[in-house]
Ligand binder design. Structure first.
Ligand code: IMP
Length: 430
C-alpha cells in the first residue's frame, strides 16, 4: 500500500495529468483535494486525448475517483464535462465517481463576480480563469456557501439562498449589476441536483474504508505551488492551498494520507495570468519554447508566458510541500537550444538572495542570477532510458537535482504516457 501525492511545483500546467495517469494504473483510488474546473489536465491514452478539468484523472482508467471537500464544484460545468468524457467512451457512474457532500458549490453568480471584478481591475487584474473559483472559496470561508449536500435538504435551501443573496445582491447593486432572483436560483439548483446528488456522499468515510481495506491512493493536485494562496506569488495566486499538505485536509484522509510526494516541474517554466515571473523570456527563445512546448492553456487557450527553470522557486516549493522526488516534464522541448540557463539566486538592490522575497515590488524587481549550461542539440523525444539521453541532457538533470535538493524520480520525453524515464519508481521505494 503506497499513498502518493502529486503536486505542481511551479505555476501550474507542469504536466501533472500525464504523471497522475501513469501512476494511477497502480493506485486504487484517485483523489482531487483542491481547486475546481480551473484545472486543465490533458491525458493521452492510446491515441485519444482527454481534457479533464474537475474529474479526477483516474476516471479514464475506471479507478475509484473522488472529488474531495477541498474542491469547489460547479455542477453545470461538471455535467458538461461528464458528457464530454462519456462521449469518448469513459464510464462515469456512482460506482467510480464520488463527490464530497461537504464541498462548496460554484454558482453562476460566482462566475459572474469573478469576471466582473477582473474586467473592472484593468491592469491590476489577476488573470483568473474566470470560472468563479475565488468568489466560491470566499463564500465558503465566510460561511455562506451552498454545499453539495445542501441540495438534498430542500427545506433548508431557501434560507441558505437568502443568506447568500443578502451578501451578493448588495455587492451587485453596488456594481450596478442586475440582482439575482432567489426563487429562480432555487429552481436552477433543484434541477441540477439530479445530476450531482447521485455521486454525493461523505467521502472521508469512503476513503477511510478504502484505507482500512489496504487500498492505495493517488492524490492529484491542481495548479502549482507558486499559485498557492499562502506560499505563492500572492495576490497573483489561486484561492486554494495547492501544496501537498492540503491532500489531508481537502479529502478528509488526515495525516495518514501520504507516503511519498512528487513535485512535477517542466524542464523550464511557464505561467498563465498576471504576476511576477523572474525568469520570463521575451525573446525568440521564449517563443521557441512556447511553440515547441505547445504552451497554450488547456482551459482558456491563452498563450502561456515562458522562461528558464527557476531553481530557487522550485526549491521553496519542495520545502513547503515536503516533496521527496521530482518528475521533470517536457525535456524534449529544449532539444533545439544552444545553451540553457538555470536561475540559481536573485539580485535585489545590490544584495544576493537565495529565496524569493515576499513584497510585491521586490518580487517584480529581483534580477535572476543564472548558471549557463550547454544544450544537447539532439532529439530526446520518446527516450525511455536515462543512459540513452545525450550527455548534456544528463548533466542538466543532475544539476537540477543538486540545486533543488531532491532526486529526480521520473523524466517525461513526449506527451505519450509510455514515454517516461523512470529513475526511481515511487511505488518500489515506498
Ligand atoms: P483562478 O484559479 O481562476 O482564480 O485564477 C488565479 C490564477 O491561477 C491565475 O493566474 C490563473 O491563470 C491561475 N490558474 C488557475 N488554474 C490554473 C491551472 O490549472 N494552471 C495554471 N494556472 C492556473
Amino acid at each position: 500500500m503506497t499513498n502518493i501525492v502529486i503536486i505542481g511545483a511551479q505555476w501550474g500546467d507542469e504536466g501533472k495529468g500525464k504523471i497522475v495517469d501513469w501512476m494511477s494504473e497502480k493506485a486504487d483510488v484517485v483523489v482531487r483535494f483542491q481547486g475546481g474546473h480551473n484545472a486543465g489536465h490533458t491525458l493521452v491514452v492510446d491515441g485519444t486525448t482527454y481534457k479533464l478539468s474537475l474529474l479526477p484523472s483516474g476516471i479514464v482508467r475506471g479507478k475509484l475517483s473522488v472529488v474531495g471537500n477541498g474542491v469547489v464544484v460547479d455542477p453545470w460545468a461538471l455535467k458538461d464535462e461528464m458528457k464530454r468524457i462519456s462521449d469518448l467512451g469513459v464510464k462515469i457512474t456512482p460506482e467510480v465517481l464520488r463527490i464530497a457532500e461537504n464541498a462548496a458549490l460554484i454558482l453562476p453568480l460566482h462566475r459572474e463576480l469573478d469576471q466582473m471584478r477582473e474586467a473592472a481591475a484593468g491592469k491590476g487584474k489577476i488573470g483568473t480563469t474566470g470560472r468563479g473559483i475565488g468568489p466560491a472559496y470566499e463564500d465558503k470561508v465566510a460561511r455562506r456557501a451552498i454545499r453539495v449536500g445542501d441540495l438534498a435538504e430542500r427545506e433548508s435551501l431557501p434560507g441558505k439562498i437568502e443568506r447568500l443573496l443578502a451578501h451578493h445582491n448588495a455587492l451587485r447593486k453596488g456594481m450596478g449589476e442586475a440582482l439575482v432572483d432567489g426563487e429562480a436560483l432555487y429552481r436552477q439548483l433543484i434541477e441540477i441536483s439530479e445530476v450531482i446528488l447521485p455521486f454525493a456522499e461523505p467521502v472521508w468515510k469512503t476513503l477511510d474504508e478504502q484505507y482500512k481495506a489496504g487500498k492505495s491512493f493517488l492524490f492529484e493536485g491542481a495548479q502549482g505551488s507558486m499559485l498557492d494562496n499562502d506560499y505563492g506569488t500572492y495576490p497573483f495566486v489561486t484561492s486554494s492551498n495547492t501544496i501537498a499538505g492540503q491532500a489531508a485536509v481537502g479529502s478528509g484522509m488526515g495525516m495518514k494520507a501520504v507516503d511519498h510526494v512528487i513535485g512535477v516541474v517542466k524542464a523550464y517554466t511557464t505561467r498563465v495570468g498576471s504576476g511576477p515571473f523572474p525568469t520570463e523570456l521575451f525573446d525568440e527563445t521564449g517563443d521557441l519554447i512556447r511553440s515547441e512546448g505547445h504552451e497554450f492553456g488547456t482551459v482558456t487557450g491563452r498563450p502561456r508566458r515562458t522562461g528558464w527553470f527557476d531553481a530557487v522557486l522550485v526549491r521553496q516549493a519542495i520545502t513547503v510541500s515536503g516533496v521527496h522526488g521530482l518528475a521533470v516534464m517536457k525535456l524534449d522541448v529544449l532539444d533545439k537550444l544552444d545553451e540553457l540557463k538555470i536561475c540559481v539566486g536573485y539580485e535585489h538592490k545590490g544584495k544576493r538572495l537565495d529565496t524569493y522575497p515576499m513584497g510585491l515590488n521586490a518580487q517584480a524587481e529581483v534580477k535572476p542570477v543564472y548558471e549557463t549550461l550547454p544544450g544537447w542539440k539532439s532529439s530526446t523525444f520518446g527516450i525511455r532510458d536515462f543512459a540513452r539521453l545525450p550527455e548534456n541532457a544528463k548533466k542538466y538533470i543532475r544539476r537540477l537535482e543538486e540545486l533543488v535538493g531532491v532526486p529526480v524520480d521520473v523524466i517525461s520525453t513526449s506527451p505519450e504516457r509510455e514515454d517516461v524515464i523512470i529513475i526511481r519508481d515511487p511505488y518500489a521505494k515506498a
